[in-house]
Each structure stands twice: as structure tokens, then as C-alpha cells.
Design a protein around this ligand. Sequence first.
Ligand code: ADP
Ligand code: ASP
Ligand code: MG
Length: 410
Amino acid sequence: MARLVMKFGGTSVADLDRIRTVAARVKREVNAGHEVAVVVSAMAGVTNQLVAWCQALSPLHDAREYDAVVATGEEVTSGLTAIALQTIGVDARSWQGWQIPVLTDGAHGKARVESIAGQELIRRMQAGQVPVVAGFQGLGPDNRVTTLGRGGSDLSAVALAAALEADRCDIYTDVDGVYTTDPRIVAKARRLEKISYEEMLELASLGAKVLQTRSVELAMAQRGPVRVLSSFVEPGVDNPGTLVCGEEEIVEKQIVSGVAYSRDEAKVSLLGIADSPGVAAQIFGRLADANINVDMIVQSAARTEGRQNIVFTCPDRDAPRAKDALLALGEAIQLEDIAIRRDVAKVSVIGIGMRSQVGVARTMFSALAGKGINIEAISTSEIKISVLIDASYTELAVRALHSAYGLDAV
Ligand code: ADP
Ligand code: ASP
Ligand code: MG
């Protein structure tokens, strides 16, 4: 007997038939003798609609009211899933974030989980009841509903698994595991049997939305095993998914395990600024004050003596604000010109084997050159290399890199 958290994403609860399928899957685990807690997302597309409504009324809406609106998607599916379970004879009840409670900080729209009271749920699970928890939401210090950022039901599930001391957290989704790259754009992508927390963290933060970044961070900190698997596989059919686990559990370490991409990038070039101490501190200090997350940074000397160029990337939606913040600095940094490109994408290769291998970057750059793709910026860490390219080449680049590192399925 084990204690499991089973999380179902938007496409897995997209309509009543899918919710019935989810209920049947949960019932099988209950019948096998396991204690089960379920976490659900909103029905596919619902959160997007709710966000769009807030945006349409006011682009600068009150984040507390945004949370009040977008948290409702999960409330519907938690109730419906509980009803579907009851209908097939499983004792179940729904739980909203505030009822458990899932306590968070006050950062509305992207709140962090601070604590989850698990005792009452554990008691009920031991008595045979299945809690069906609305993912994505919590309760802030202002006693108002908060949400955990897009894709946040993954975080709800991982945090709940820790609070319930679950043996495993199973993330059911519309693909049957974590792949070497997004299987929707590379047909030859392969499912990974296992992936280390470190690699999964890089994959997620570099654009692979199969798991939300913060959920991986938490799983890694807790060393809690997470499995990603399909909710679309028929009962009885093998569905091993992908285990996200410690590096020590992976025998064959690949040089490159995966390729990720993100189109949510903008490139900001500051041209001909003063080349003196403190200039970079002023620029990035101002961006930090404006809560803008900067990623790649490239600095180079300008043609004119005593002048330099600084190029950086930030999330696409923040580009206009970044420009405003930096124009306000104009005089202090003697800015000659500022250029913004929003049609760029970041493509990254990730692998723990990189730590001990030479030539990984060469393979990447040659593969891109072979397709005539120009690199506009580069950044590296111990286990990843990212390049910034023209967005129209994203898929071509991902496919070329996937082949170049021998990841294609045969
Ligand atoms: P859910 O609604 O279940 O949370 P998401 O849409 O958030 O599902 O995440 C699943 C999607 O992630 C898949 O449909 C797939 O297109 C995408 N994805 C991107 N990169 C990968 C990858 N490396 N492996 C698997 N899926 C990926
Ligand atoms: N429904 C939320 C979203 O679409 C949370 C989630 O699905 O994980 O972002
Ligand atoms: Mg998701």
C-alpha cells in the first residue's frame, strides 16, 4: 500500500467524459489499496479565458481580483471530479485552497506556497476518503485567494505530496512522459525513462512547459519522486511515464538529454553607452526595481572610444516596460540608442553529461551554422547552453540540434 498524489492537467479534465475517465483511474488506485489524494487543474482553455476577461476589462487590473477570477476554474473541476468519484462508489470530497488551507505569501498572481496543513486530509485518507484538491490556488496573508502562476497546479501537487508525506506524486498529462524535446514539434522525440531534477529544472525553466519550474524546484529540494505520465492511455496498457529523480539513480548519463525552446523572449540592445564603472549596476538595478527578469547578457566595446554596447534578453511582455525604465536612465548612462527585437527565440540544450565532456558547444554551433541560422547571444551554465536566434527558425533549430546530439528516435 502506498500514499499517492495524482494530479490531472487541463486536457485530462477537459470535459465530462475525461473527468469520468479520471475518476475511473483514481478508483483503480483506491481498489489496489492505496491512499489517494487528487489535484485537478481547470478544464483546458478555461484559465486562458478567465485571464483574457481580466485583461479585456483592464490591462492593469487589481491582482487580487485577478486571483479571485482565475482561481474559479479549478473550483469547478474539483467539485465535478468529486461528484464523478461518488457516482462510481468512491468516497470523495472537494477541497478549495482556503479550506485545507494552502497558505501562501501575498504575491497575488504568482504566490509562493508557505505551508499546507496535511493532518486532516491524512486522517480522511486513512479512513478511505479521497480528497480532490483544487490546484493552482491558496490563501494569502490578507485572507484572500491567491494563485501560484500559470501551470501552478503542478506546484500544488508537489507541495501537497510533501505535506501528506506521499510516496509519490504522479502528474497525469496529455503526453506519456518527459521527452527529449517537445513531441509536438519534433516527431522523432523520445520519451525519457528517467530524468534528473537538475536537468528537468533547466528544461522547465528554458521553456518545456510539461512541468512548471517551481514544482521541479520544490521536488528537488524535498527529493520527492515525481512521475509524469499520460491520462490518455487505456487501462491495462503499460504507462511507465518518466521518473524525475536524483542523478544518482540514473545509470547512463547522457551528454545532452533534451532540447528546449522559448519564444517568450525579447532582445534589448543598449548602444553606445558610457564604458565606466557602475553603468551596468545602474542598468540592471533599474530593471530589478521594475521587477523585470533579465536572462542573457552580452557586453562588448563600441566603435567609439570610451563607449560600450550591452545586449540582454527579458520576457517578451516586459520589453516595453524595460525600454521605459532604461530611457528614464538616459542621461546617467549616456545612452545613444536603444533597440528592441521581439521576434527572437531561445533554444537550449541540456544535459548533466556536459560537465565532463568537451566539444558540446562546437556541436551546437556547427549544427546551427549548417542550417544557416545566426546566433545573436549565447549563455551557458554547467549543464546547459542557450542561444538566441530569429524566432522564425525555432523549429528548424530544435530539430537540427535534436539530430546533432543523436537524440532522434530510430
Ligand atoms: P497539463 O495541462 O496536463 O498541465 P501542459 O500543457 O502544461 O499539460 O504540459 C504538457 C505539454 O508540454 C505537452 O502537450 C507538450 O506539448 C509540452 N512539452 C514541451 N516540452 C516537452 C517535453 N520535453 N516533453 C514532454 N512534453 C513537452
Ligand atoms: N489552470 C492553471 C493554468 O492554466 C493552472 C494549471 O493548469 O496548472 O495555468
Ligand atoms: Mg501544465
